[in-house]
Structures are given as structure tokens and as C-alpha cells.
Design a protein around this ligand. Structure first.
Ligand code: ANZ
Length: 819
């Protein structure tokens, strides 16, 4: 038997919200747009065949609570949802089953939509978007054309990652390291380097801004750091070394020009184009054998520190431009072709890798920097900063100044120049797949030409065959009637990668029906001003994929006047991963995915929502426990019974004894402390602590012989973002005809908050472990809850059952732990 009739209530309010368009956000010019705006965004899902699981719902519940809270605070809230529906899984399914990806995608979307609706999320469905809808991808193609016209999209033959299993190329960001070598992010299939002609986007042109503007956004430091590392800015110098007996010279990139006098040999990446030219005939055979061996390894394997260094002398000598010394030229795989100039000057005295290499092959080590503290030279390699020595005009200069002095000297002599290098590479933007956006490009006389904007979208042709052809040919190339144009031109047959659609979807929600432009200026200024999306919630796995790509497109859209803010997402929050009951990541392969359907049937959406948030801090990783749903469910049933009672026929009726008098002072004080705490906790997205406080309030109200109407209404308002169906029902039972969704957020009365404070002592097993200042008249429950929220107490209690709690009013709380 159900603790309260959630099934009836939930269906009823979901219908009412939908029918009355309660969550429609007002665009400029519409009634409601006079309010301040708040844009709270979820990372839209890829509608997979598996449906939503409780991990998705965590982020969506959090953002929904914020959306509902902000609405009650008087904001015009934009809270949209859509589908990132191009991509590999639908296509692989199509290859396996012969069912068109569009059909699978539509089916999956319908399923997702239903699951999401059952949770009572307050999305404005009138703004729903789907990246595979031609009315949407028309503008994705339009943006690509603008990139192309400005030289930011180009075709290049480059060594790219190719995945034989997926039969497509992949971007650097889609490759993961693994013990067996690099693999695809999707599916973990082995990948290899292949030279292929591909579309590239010049994200490197934005490297500096992508880096600098991280300072403008309120994001987790860990994500910012991952982006900084991915962009990988290094300041240094390019230095030219003449090659003895050759016209050519060799350029190296170094971050330590101050160590030039210590450069005792040069190293080229084995694939460096100069190798063929300068290798001496007697060394050719060995060099080529080495090149073949290296071709089998990935960059990651090559730069692995623990790996034994390998290399081959190629018989050539260069001249150190500072010391005029004759130094040997080697090839070795610890130097990568794709970074800097693909060649280095080796300074074994000050670089660990060079030192290791020099020791192995007996190459000279020359110290040119000594530590600040002592003039004696360390026996081994000294990679730190210090004072230059044995370096003529640099001697005595600290490293920073020596770098400047050497760079100035090189520039003056025309031997080198200051430079900034980035680890970031241009974005490989084409895929040999069917299920993606076609490029708005035709090839005429070997030249890529843009399709005029007026004929967009370039529709994806219907097909019955989805397999790519072996050898990296795109499936669309078989679609002759589509590819060949009457004037002899041919369409581009690659498609865009899945990331394309998600690069700008948050802008389309602002004005989804616009068929003249991606988004109107007016809607964009209103919703994005002044700092972009106010809150963006999603998984941390997108740290350098979606979040970097979207920032790049956004900056471009800013440059061409479509966007008005330098950054798209002001505040970013990553929900923590929810682990299976077994403590492992939820995944199909572990068979531990919890789907929401059965839980919704058994407990209802409000309980699932509350439980998701009560699991622990939003950003932390936490294990799931389906039994844990009982507690939140009983809590909601208790709230229900504060307002409702069962009559003789077993029907739920409003309680007849609800008092219109003020609650006793102690209850009023608790009530207002709860208002303050829940409000503060919502502002900092600390949902579990807000719930804990409301539980204390409900316990206190349950102990009252007759509940006070004011206290009940306040509780309902505070609880409504978390358990919206139950609260709408109780709100209407208490005689309010208007939707609670726009109800007034309660305000704490400062007079009821002023209280005498006390210093509370918190003990664990009789030992003082923390102290906190809080109201003197707090009850045991409140002190216990506050104490448990303190990190140091959390640590002391972690994993140990509390046997009993000793409470001394106004003074002390002692947790006695079981053994
Ligand atoms: C000489 C030197 C002396 C260096 C010294 C370091 C210390 P980051 O900070 O990552 O930019 N390097 C340059 N290009 C390379 C390539 N393609 N493959 C492998 N290593 C490369 O590192 C820049 C430093 O990494 C450069 O500075 C170069 O070694 C090396 F005491 O030059 B250095």
C-alpha cells in the first residue's frame, strides 16, 4: 500500500503543467520578459537505445530544482531540453539491423521524452531541438560556411587517427591512452595514424583566447586546468642550426634558450622531412629501419617517461650558433613531429630526457646553469632554474633574464626569434560516416566551394545501406545521384563529427523557430547577457571535448556578431558519477545500471528526485542504493500527513484541525532558520544539506499537536523545487488556485533569526573534534545535522555506525561510535 497517493498526484500535475504551458519562458516582447532572466542549461543527452539512467537524472534533477527555485524568486527562467542525435551508435545499430538511424533515433527520443516527463522536470518543451532536424542543422551548416569563408575551415592531408573498427577518422580529443596503446574514446577500439585528406577547423587561431578567457568563467578549477593543459601554451624561442655541408638548416623549438651553450647534439623526430635530405649514405639503412619501427608506436607510447630511450645517429653535424661547436644530429622517437618544429636541441645537463639519452649513447654533457644556492655544479642533470655559467655573455644572469638576453642576441643576429607554441592542434572535423551533417561544400575543378547560404540546408540523402566502405570512403560517396551535380561538380561526401551540433545548441534554444538566422539578436542579447548561460550542469567527461569545441565556436560567433558574450557558459557544475550498488561505475558491461522506471512506479518521481539529491554533495562521486529510497519516501508521506488525513471511507481529505494561529516561538524560529538555510544551500547547490534541514523542520512540525497553517505553507514552498508534485497538490488543497511553480519564495524574518549564540563543542567518542558557533537554543537534531556537515566530523564518522549521541543543550554534542 502506498504511503501517499503519489501516482494520482504526479500524473495530474504533469498534465496540468503541460496543458497550461506553465514553464514557457517569455522571449523579449512577450509578457513576462520584463523580469530578470535566468538561463539554466543541461548538457543535452544523446538519445541512446538504453534510455535514461539514474546518473543522467542526477544532473537534470539538480538543474530543475534551481530552475524552479529561480522562478519562485521572480526570474524569467529558461530551462530547455533537446537531443544531440547524430552520432555513431545509431549508425552502428543501423549497420547491424538495417533500420534507418532516423527511425531508431526518433524511437529513442520518444522514450527519453517520456522518461523525462515522468520526473516532472520543468522544461519549456516549446523550445525542444534536435540536431538531426534539417531546420536545426541548416544553421550548423551555415556556421560552417562562415568558418570556411573566413579561412577557419580547410582541407589538409595530415596524419590523422584512423579507427579500423569504426571505419572512420577521429579527432585528437577522441583518443584515449591505454596500456595496449591509443584507443577510441567511443568503444575503446585500437586506432592508428594514417595520412588522409580531411577537413580541419583552425581552433589553434583561438588558442590564446581559449586560454586567457578561462579567467572569465566560474568553472571547477580541475576542468579549467584540463583545458589549460590541453591547449598547452609554452613560451620559448625558435633557433636555427646550420647543417654542415648542406644548404639546409634545422630549426628547433626550446623553452630554454638560456641553455644554448649547453646544447651538445640535435634530435629530429624520425618522420621529420629533413631526415631524408641530411642523413649520410652510410647511415641510411639504420635510419630507415628505425623509422619503420617507430611508425608502429603511438605518440603516447613514445613520450612515456619510463620507456627506455632509443635513437640513431644519422651521420650529419650541425653548428651550435652560440658556441660554434660542431654537434651530431640524431633521430629519436622521444621527439614528436607534431610539436614545436619536430626537432630539438638537446641539453643533457638540464633536461632529464636528454640526459637519459646522452648517458645511453655516450654523448657529451655540458652544464651551463648552476643552482642559485651554490656555484658548484650538480653531478646529474639539473632541470631547474638558476644562474647561467660557462655561457659567455649570459654568465651570472638568473634563468629568466638569461632567456631574454639569449633571445635578444639570437634575434639581433637573425638566428632565432621569440615564439609561443601550443600543444593544441587544429580540429579534425570530417568523418566517413552517414549519420551526420553533410558539409555545405561542392568540389568544382578540384576546388572546394561553398554552397550558397540561400540553398541551405544541404539535406542528408535517404539511404538503405549504412556501412562505410573499406579504406576510408564515406558512405555518401555511393549516393551518385546526390553527389554528382548537373554542372559536373561533386558534393563533399564526408559528414561533420557528432560534436558539431552541440557546439551551438544553447543559442538555438533562445529562438528555435527562427528561419532567417541561427538566433535573433534580440533573443540572444536578452538570454545570454551579460555573461552567458547562468548555470550549466553536466558530466565532467566533456572537459576537453564539447566544452572546448563549444567555446571555440562561440568565440567565432562572437567575432561575427551572432553572440554578444566572449564565453558561452558562465557557471559550470559537474555532477559526480553515481556508482552502482556494487561501488563500480554504472555501465552496461557491469550489468549494474539502475533504470528509473521501476523506482518511479514504486515510489513516484518526487521520492526519486529527493533521493537523487540526498545521496550527497552534487559534485561528489557516490554510490547508489535502491533501499535508500525508503527514507525520502517516508519523509514525503509525513509531509503529506501534515496536511491530509484519511476519512472513514479511506479517502484523503484536508485536515480539519490546521491552526490559523502563529506557531509557537520555537517553531517560528526553526522555520525561519530553515528558510535561511534552504535558501543559502540552494544558492550554493548544496541540495542534500537543504533536505536535511527540511527533515528537521518536518520532525518538529509532526510533534506539534496541531500544525500551523503558516508553517505548513512555508514548508511547502521551500520543498516545492525538490518535490514539486506533492507540493502543488498540498498548495491547492490549502486553497491556492494559482500554480505553485510561480509561488513566492519565502523570506526569513531577521527578527526571528537573531538569537543568542553559543560555542558548541562537537566530540567523537568523548574527544573534542570540532567547535562551531550557532544558536544556543538549537535542538539535538539540528546540532547533529550541522555537525555532520562539517568536513572534519564527516571524516571522523566516515563508514562507522553511530551508536548513540549525547547532547548537552547549549553546549555539546558527542557521537559515540560503535566498534
Ligand atoms: C632545450 C631544453 C633545455 C629544453 C632544457 C628543456 C630544458 P614544453 O614545456 O612542453 O613546451 N621539445 C621541443 N619540441 C619537442 C618535440 N617535438 N618533441 C619532444 N620534445 C620537444 O617543452 C618544450 C621543451 O621540450 C623544449 O625545450 C624542448 O626541449 C622539448 F634545459 O629545448 B627544450
Amino acid at each position: 500500500r502506498r504511503a501517499y497517493p503519489f501516482d494520482r498526484i504526479e500524473a495530474k500535475w504533469q498534465r496540468a503543467w503541460q496543458n497550461r504551458g506553465v514553464f514557457r519562458a517569455a522571449n523579449p516582447g512577450e509578457p513576462g520578459a520584463g523580469k530578470p532572466k535566468y538561463y539554466v542549461l543541461d548538457m543535452f543527452p544523446y538519445p541512446s537505445g538504453r534510455g535514461l539512467h539514474v546518473g543522467h537524472l542526477e544532473g537534470y534533477t539538480a538543474s530543475d530544482i534551481v530552475a524552479r527555485y529561480k522562478r519562485m524568486c521572480g526570474f524569467n527562467v529558461l530551462h530547455p531540453m533537446g537531443w544531440d542525435a547524430f552520432g555513431l551508435p545509431a549508425e552502428q545499430h543501423a549497420v547491424a539491423t538495417g533500420i534507418h538511424p532516423r527511425i531508431t533515433t526518433e524511437r529513442n527520443i520518444a522514450n527519453f521524452r517520456e522518461q523525462i516527463a515522468a520526473m516532472g522536470f520543468s522544461y519549456d518543451w516549446s523550445r525542444e531541438i534536435n540536431t538531426t532536424d534539417p531546420r536545426y542543422y541548416r544553421w550548423t551548416q551555415w556556421i560552417f560556411l562562415q568558418l570556411f569563408r573566413r579561412g577557419l575551415a580547410y582541407v589538409a592531408e595530415a596524419p590523422v587517427w584512423y579507427c579500423p573498427a569504426l571505419q572512420t577518422v577521429l579527432a585528437n580529443e577522441e583518443i584515449l591512452p591505454s596500456p595496449e596503446g591509443p584507443v577510441s574514446e567511443r568503444g575503446h577500439h585500437p586506432v592508428e595514424r594514417r595520412p588522409l585528406r580531411q577537413w580541419m577547423l583552425r581552433i589553434t587561431a583561438y588558442a590564446e583566447r581559449l586560454l586567457a578567457d578561462l579567467d572569465l568563467v566560474d568553472w571547477p578549477e580541475s576542468i579549467k586546468e584540463m583545458q589549460r593543459n590541453w591547449i598547452g601554451r609554452s613560451e620559448g624561442a625558435l633557433i636555427r642550426f646550420p647543417i654542415e655541408g648542406s644548404e639546409s638548416s634545422l630549426e628547433v623549438f626550446t623553452t630554454r634558450p638560456d641553455t644554448l651553450f649547453g646544447a651538445t647534439y640535435l634530435v629530429l623526430a624520425p618522420e621529420h622531412p629533413l631526415v631524408a635530405q641530411i642523413t649520410r649514405p652510410e647511415c641510411r639503412e639504420a635510419a630507415e629501419a628505425y623509422q619503420r619501427e617507430v611508425a608502429k608506436k603511438s605518440d603516447l607510447e613514445r613520450t612515456e617517461l619510463i620507456q627506455e630511450k632509443t635513437g640513431v645517429f644519422i651521420g650529419a653535424f650541425a653548428i651550435n650558433p652560440a658556441s660554434r661547436e660542431r654537434i651530431p644530429v640524431w633521430i629519436a622517437d622521444y621527439v614528436l613531429l607534431s610539436y614545436g618544429t619536430g626537432a630539438i636541441m638537446a641539453v643533457p645537463a638540464h633536461d632529464e630526457r636528454d640526459f637519459e639519452f646522452a648517458s645511453l649513447f655516450g654523448l657529451p654533457v655540458r652544464s651551463v646553469v648552476h643552482p642559485k644556492e651554490s656555484a658548484s655544479l650538480p653531478a646529474r642533470c639539473f632541470p631547474g632554474e638558476g644562474i647561467a655559467c660557462s655561457s659567455q655573455f649570459l654568465d651570472g644572469l638568473p634563468t629568466a633574464e638569461a632567456k631574454k638576453a639569449m633571445t635578444a642576441w639570437l634575434e639581433e643576429k637573425g638566428l632565432g626569434k621569440r615564439t609561443v607554441q601550443y600543444r593544441l592542434r587544429d580540429w579534425l572535423f570530417s568523418r566517413q560516416r552517414y549519420w551526420g551533417e553533410p558539409f555545405p561544400i561542392v568540389w568544382r575543378n578540384g576546388e572546394a566551394q561553398p554552397v550558397p547560404e540561400t540553398v541551405l540546408p544541404v539535406l542528408l540523402p535517404e539511404r538503405k545501406e549504412f556501412s562505410p566502405e573499406a579504406g576510408g570512403f564515406a558512405p555518401l560517396s555511393q549516393e551518385k545521384g546526390w553527389v554528382e551535380l548537373p554542372d559536373g561538380a561533386c558534393r563533399e561526401t564526408n559528414t561533420m563529427p557528432q560534436w558539431a551540433g552541440s557546439c551551438w545548441y544553447y543559442l538555438r534554444y533562445l529562438d528555435p523557430g527562427n528561419d532567417r538566422e541561427p538566433v535573433s539578436r534580440e533573443a540572444e542579447r536578452y538570454w545570454m547577457g551579460p555573461e552567458g548561460v547562468d548555470l550549466y550542469i553536466g558530466g565532467a567527461e566533456h572537459a576537453v571535448l564539447h566544452l572546448l569545441y563549444a567555446r571555440f565556436w562561440h568565440k567565432f560567433l562572437y567575432d561575427i556578431g551572432v553572440a554578444s558574450t566572449p564565453e558561452p557558459f558562465h557557471r559550470l557544475v559537474n555532477q559526480g558519477i553515481i556508482l552502482g550498488e556494487d561501488g563500480r561505475k554504472m555501465s552496461k558491461s557491469f550489468g549494474n545500471i539502475v533504470n528509473p522506471e521501476s523506482l518511479l512506479r514504486e515510489y513516484g518521481a518526487d521520492t526519486v528526485r529527493l533521493f537523487e539529491m540526498f545521496l550527497g554533495p552534487l559534485e561528489q562521486m557516490k554510490p547508489w542504493s535502491s533501499q535508500g529510497l525508503e527514507g525520502p519516501h517516508r519523509f514525503l508521506a509525513r509531509v503529506w500527513r501534515l496536511v491530509m488525513e484519511e476519512n472513514a471511507e479511506g479517502r484523503w481529505m484536508p485536515r480539519s484541525d490546521i491552526s490559523t494561529e502563529e506557531a509557537p516561538l520555537a517553531i517560528q524560529r526553526l522555520l525561519h532558520r530553515t528558510i535561511r538555510k534552504v535558501t543559502e544551500d540552494l544558492e550554493r547547490l548544496s541540495f542534500h544539506t537543504a533536505i536535511a534541514q527540511m527533515m528537521i523542520l518536518v520532525n518538529a512540525l509532526t510533534r506539534q499537536p496541531v500544525p500551523s497553517r503558516i508553517a505548513l505553507e512555508t514548508l511547502i514552498l521551500l520543498l516545492s523545487p525538490f518535490a514539486p508534485h506533492l507540493c502543488e497538490e498540498l498548495w491547492s488543497v490549502l486553497g491556492h488556485p494559482e500554480f505553485l511553480a510561480y509561488g513566492p519564495w519565502p523570506e526569513a524574518d531577521p527578527l526571528l533569526l537573531t538569537e543568542e549564540e553559543a560555542e558548541w563543542v562537537i566530540q567523537v567518542n568523548g574527544k573534542v573534534r570540532s567547535r562551531m558557533t550557532a544558536a544556543r537554543d538549537l535542538g539535538q537534531e539540528e546540532v547533529e545535522s550541522l555537525a555532520r556537515q562539517r568536513p572534519e566530523i564527516e571524516l571522523w564518522l566516515e563508514g562507522k555506525p553511530v551508536q548513540k549521541v549525547i547532547f548537552v543543550p547549549g553546549k555539546l554534542l558527542n557521537f559515540v561510535l560503535g566498534r
